[in-house]
Design a protein around this ligand. Structure first.
Ligand SMILES: [Zn+2]
Length: 320
């Protein structure tokens, strides 16, 4: 039997500790193999959805999984990410506060279920889904998230992106120009970020957890060095006025994103030599190599010891 990357207590910390209350379960019918992401409680979903306007046309839908961006145009709505499974009614209620137009295009930032949970519902309602090549591949077959010891079943055909790309894509919608850019494996091997060039808004997906240690999914090739590389690509696009939407947490500034990038680089620099030096994961966790960072970054759902374990595992697989 495959053992979990985290012990049971740590997995439960992940499940119950998320500050935002975000929750991801794959599908409403939970089997023993149901994949569990960031929490078991649907707190935010019970509270409903929060709508935050960023510009006249661009808004955030918050509280049903990963942060969702919507762009309202004459031709309909373009939406980035689709929340947790089972949250389509809340998403629709949020959208209704902005427009009566339907969602005609959905973009997934990556394959995780708290960003693709509404795919099937939205496709049934007529949305076209766009994403990176690897997002379609990951969604098309069963996945295994080692950190949570959970299998993720393949998605139904209707939930799969119908247009995929390998490195970059430009979309025109509502008078806006959206640049979609893939990065080498970082949070997963499916990540893209999206820059709304005219409005200067950037959706970073789970390349950015604002103000907290991120989850990094080494089972689908994520690792901390890749997170640093992806952050540098985003910094090259952003300027001091860019509004940066994280996958989780509050809307960020470039300054906040830079601090987050520097934290990741420090984590990478500190833990790599310990892995290379042959220390076991238990020894590295016990050494508390991030003790001075924990106060600022370790109060989100990803607790410090769990984060160290995840970083260690990713570096061991991909960083040495
Ligand atoms: Zn994710």
């Amino acid at each position: 039997m495959k053992t979990s990357f985290l012990n049971r207590r740590e997995a439960l910390q992940c499940l119950t500790g998320i500050a935002t209350g975000a929750t991801v379960l794959y599908g409403s019918s939970r089997s023993a193999s149901a994949a569990i992401w960031y929490g078991e409680e649907h707190e935010a979903e019970q509270r409903g959805i929060k709508v935050e306007k960023l510009t006249d046309d661009i808004s955030l839908l918050i509280g049903v999984g990963g942060n969702i961006a919507v762009l309202v145009g004459k031709e309909g709505v373009l939406q980035i990410d689709a929340g947790n499974p089972g949250t389509s009614p809340q998403q629709i209620a949020g959208l209704k506060q902005l427009t009566d137009k339907p969602v005609v295009t959905l973009v997934n930032t990556h394959w995780h279920g708290d960003h693709t949970g509404g795919n099937a519902d939205m496709a049934k309602a007529g949305s076209r889904i766009f994403a990176h090549d690897n997002t379609r591949k990951r969604l098309s077959s069963e996945q295994f998230i080692e950190a949570f010891n959970s299998k993720v079943p393949a998605s139904p055909e209707i939930a799969l992106p119908i247009l995929t790309f390998s490195s970059s894509l430009t979309l025109y919608h509502g008078g806006e120009e959206l640049h979609l850019t893939h990065v080498p494996p970082a949070h997963t091997d499916t990540d893209i970020f999206i820059h709304f060039a005219k409005a200067n808004v950037l959706h970073a997906g789970d390349l950015f957890f604002n103000g907290m240690y991120p989850f990094i999914d080494s089972s689908t090739k994520g690792w901390v060095g890749g997170m640093v590389g992806a952050a540098d690509k985003i910094l090259a696009v952003a300027d001091d006025k860019t509004k940066i939407i994280p996958g989780h947490g509050e809307l960020g500034t470039k300054e906040q994103f830079k601090q987050y990038r520097d934290m990741l680089a420090t984590v990478h620099e500190r833990i790599t030599p310990l892995v290379k030096g042959g220390k076991s994961v238990e020894e590295v966790v016990a050494a508390k190599p991030l003790a001075d960072l924990d106060d600022k970054w370790g109060k989100g759902f990803m607790k410090p010891d769990v984060f160290v374990k995840i970083v260690y595992g990713g570096i061991k697989k991909f960083g040495i």
